[in-house]
Design a binder for this molecule. Structure first.
Ligand code: FAD
Length: 398
């Protein structure tokens, strides 16, 4: 006998858990299949920022920035133990590629998109305060801007969202690896291995939220149908022994002008990230020696006295649709992929931690017409998120 669900979700990262919360809040019978543990994939390897994405303004992604700022404020209100405002500092040197006026314009637009709320505003840090900036290099320094964004613990946030989904009635099968999916007579039969046992779940709708494994999971579906080409982009972070700085420093790599963050993380300093195309098995992604040297040299350039003794290093994978543009300029919004030959099936490509709730609502709206009417039980904009009990782990990142 197979269990029956309105919506089956493959993947217990932030997207899968966010979808489970939205689906359960809308009253649907929902199940999440997670192969290892919640947030074991990219959702514990991010930069841990809940942010509007100031730099996305340069590529004209205004909608993404506006939505992210809105989601950031919702999270701060609903999950104060998990998401907190944090000051960001952008130093401008003689050599920095973005000029003071450009930053001023960008930050003004950011403030406008954030409706000029107190945490949308910015200021110029006067030179008398530069000595308090965690040993920031002041040679050739021309200005420092300070604005606000937010920080989270990505893995804890993911678990908290799933906890909220479960309270609303969603089921979690974990560890449960989806091994085969048959589409028959308008329903999806999802075969999974759960420890030593196995099972089959029957779902009216199926969401593939398997992150970097999205194409592998897609290939389990019978009848087979082609999946759009994707690219995996590796991003590495280093945790170093340096005492935590007072905020997030948004600096520019002197060698290739990319933006890199130097930020506090449980009392120490986290530096990231890199961006390089990855071709291997997603489960095997590791920081490379080149990435470690690159990040360390940037941190040393801006903080010459920083103790960069390595405490931890980790790499995560972004999923981007394959395209002509450089990986840096490709849109970072979630692509919701549907297939005419597989009604009720949705695959998610890419996206951000910050926008998980908005993405879930969008996907649910798309699926609703094919589902039976259910009585909503909650509005995700109002749901409070609390850390999972016993989830006091200070560093969950491997
Ligand atoms: C380096 C880096 C930094 C980032 N920084 C930020 C940031 O600061 N702020 C921000 O908003 N966004 C950030 N992002 C983006 C954000 O982290 C990701 O978009 C998000 O975590 C992706 O979540 P996901 O649920 O799609 O995938 P994942 O978290 O990877 O989840 C997919 C899950 O699917 C499971 N799975 C796979 N195959 C199967 C199967 N067969 N059966 C069952 N389960 C399966 C996996 O075990 C995994 O847990 C960053 C991304 C990267 C790479």
């Amino acid at each position: 006998m197979s269990e029956f669900y309105d919506i089956g979700i493959i993947g217990g990262g932030i997207q899968g858990c966010g979808l489970a919360q939205a689906a359960a809040a809308a009253g649907y019978r929902t199940v999440v299949f997670e192969r290892e543990a919640l947030a074991q994939g990219t959702s514990s390897k991010s930069s841990k920022l809940i942010h509007g994405g100031l730099r996305y303004l340069e590529s004209g992604q205004l909608g993404l920035v506006r939505q992210s700022l809105y989601e950031r404020e919702l999270l701060i209100r609903n999950a104060p133990q998990l998401v907190q405002h944090i000051p960001f500092y952008i130093p401008i040197y003689k050599q920095t590629s973005r000029r003071r006026w450009q930053l001023f314009v960008g930050l003004s637009l950011y403030a406008a998109l954030g409706n000029f709320k107190p945490h949308a505003c910015f200021r110029r840090v006067p030179p008398v305060e530069w000595a308090d900036l965690d040993g920031l290099q002041t040679r050739d320094l021309q200005a420092v801007y300070q604005y606000w964004d937010a920080q989270t613990d990505d893995a804890k946030l993911t678990r908290a969202v799933m906890q909220s989904a479960q309270k609303l009635g969603a089921s979690l099968l974990c560890p449960a690896t989806v091994e085969r999916i048959d589409y028959q007579s308008g329903e999806y039969y999802v075969a999974y291995a759960h420890g030593r046992t196995s099972g089959i779940a029957r779902c009216v709708m199926l969401i593939n939220a398997a992150g970097p494994w999205v194409d592998q999971v897609h290939s389990l579906i019978k009848p087979a149908c082609e999946f759009p080409k994707i690219e995996l982009v590796q991003g590495t972070h280093l945790l170093v022994r340096q005492m935590a700085p007072k905020g997030v420093y948004y600096v520019e790599s002197p060698s290739d002008r990319r933006a890199v963050f130097v930020m506090p993380w449980y009392g120490q300093t986290l530096i990231g990230t890199t961006e390089q195309v990855y071709h291997g098995d997603p489960a095997q992604v590791q920081p490379t020696e080149h990435e470690v040297d690159y990040l360390r040299s940037i941190a040393h350039h801006y903080f010459p006295h920083l103790d960069n003794t390595l405490v931890q290093q980790f790499a995560g994978l972004r999923v981007l649709p394959k395209g002509e543009q450089s990986i840096f300029n490709r849109p970072r919004d979630t692509v919701v992929h549907i297939m005419p030959t597989l009604p009720g099936y949705v695959a998610l490509i890419g996206g951000k931690l910050t926008g998980y709730r908005a993405t879930a609502q969008k996907v649910l709206q798309m699926l609703k017409p094919g589902l039976r009417t259910r009585m909503p039980v909650a509005d995700t904009r109002e749901l409070k998120l609390e850390p999972v009990k016993g989830d006091a782990a200070i560093m969950t990142i491997k």
